[in-house]
Design a protein around this ligand. Structure first.
Ligand code: GLN
Length: 314
């Protein structure tokens, strides 16, 4: 099918922004104190094509914490470096169907692995498995990887990092449990610290859409031309987003929008149409599962109106 025209894309973004900016449902995350203080009216959309064309509307250049949106990109780095088999064996690649911070999912898993790389337990395991001699070297790999996906230098939001470090008792329990089952690749305090730091990276909707467009483009950043991961890795990462990208409401998301996506509790969501484009949205108020309400509605509408629901025959 032909790509939508520039006018069609711009109009679809504007229409969705207009339609959903007045939506009042949802509530900022507050279990991370910093996130409760972010302006809930912020709302931005960005779409980046595999040709590297960028479209935006609203607050597309406002930085926000990447949070769980870090997970697929670190997973992709890990897969590219150690191979998909290791991820399949040590973490698992099936849907958990559980909330992102589930402890039950670890207990229920036959081998007491995380079960999936896109929930907290799986992401802490992913970080712990990135090959590196020191925690500093491991952090540099994680950070360089985000920057390569985004084609920009993404800074750590120190306030968020501090706020999360002071309050992440739940994630401490998750890492301790994983450690007790001996599934972590490096010491648990280190893994949790680097995971917390990667969640605190600031990103804008435009940068997030570029990160998604790199996956849409088979692992090569369409704006900078840099090959970040292999086409196999990009494909596998998108499949995992389709089955576990929005936690326990992933099925409902796929049913509505028909494209793989990933959310974060900072209010960002990125959705990918393989071979065509990625669209990112940012708006802080979340539903019960931790997914931005405005971002879900806007992305779903744009993708469907542009004829890009992957399950539609035409
Ligand atoms: N840093 C957050 C946490 O670990 C990320 C969760 C999310 O975005 N769903 O709880």
């Amino acid at each position: 099918e032909a790509m939508p025209t520039e006018t069609e894309i711009q109009q679809a973004l504007q229409k969705a922004h207009q339609q959903f900016r007045g939506t009042k449902e949802g509530k900022n995350a507050d279990y991370i104190p910093y996130l409760a203080t972010v302006n809930p009216n912020l709302f931005g959309l960005a779409l980046v094509t595999v040709e590297g064309k960028v479209y935006t509307v609203g607050d597309a250049t406002s930085p926000f914490p990447i949070e769980s949106l870090s997970k697929p990109f670190t997973l992709a780095r890990l897969m590219d470096e150690v191979g998909a088999k290791k991820v399949e064996d040590k973490i698992g690649v099936d849907a958990t169907g559980q909330p992102f911070n589930s402890i039950v999912a670890i207990e229920m898993n036959e081998d007491h692995r995380a079960g999936n790389p896109l929930v907290n337990a799986g992401a802490i395991t992913s970080v712990s498995m990135i090959p590196a001699a020191t925690p500093e070297a491991r952090w540099k790999k994680l950070s360089d990887n985000f920057n390569d996906f985004a084609g920009a230098d993404l800074p750590v939001n120190q306030e968020v990092y501090k706020s999360e470090t002071e309050t992440n008792t739940r994630n401490q329990s998750i890492s301790a449990l994983l450690d007790s089952y001996k599934v972590l690749g490096s010491p648990r305090e280190q893994a949790l610290d680097l995971y917390t730091r990667q969640c605190s990276v600031n990103v804008t909707a435009t940068q997030l859409a570029t990160m998604g467009a790199t996956l849409a483009n088979g692992g090569t950043n369409p704006v900078t031309g840099k090959k970040v991961v292999s086409p196999d890795t990009a494909r596998r990462t998108l499949a995992l987003m389709a089955t576990n990208g929005l936690y326990e409401s992933t099925g409902e998301w796929l049913y509505q929008a028909g494209v793989p996506a990933k959310s974060g509790v900072g209010g960002g969501i990125v959705a990918v149409v393989p071979g065509r484009y990625a669209i990112a949205a940012f708006s802080p108020p979340l539903d019960k599962a931790g997914n931005s309400v405005r971002s879900q509605r806007a992305i779903s509408q744009v993708v469907n109106s542009l004829g890009d629901n992957l399950y539609a025959a035409t």
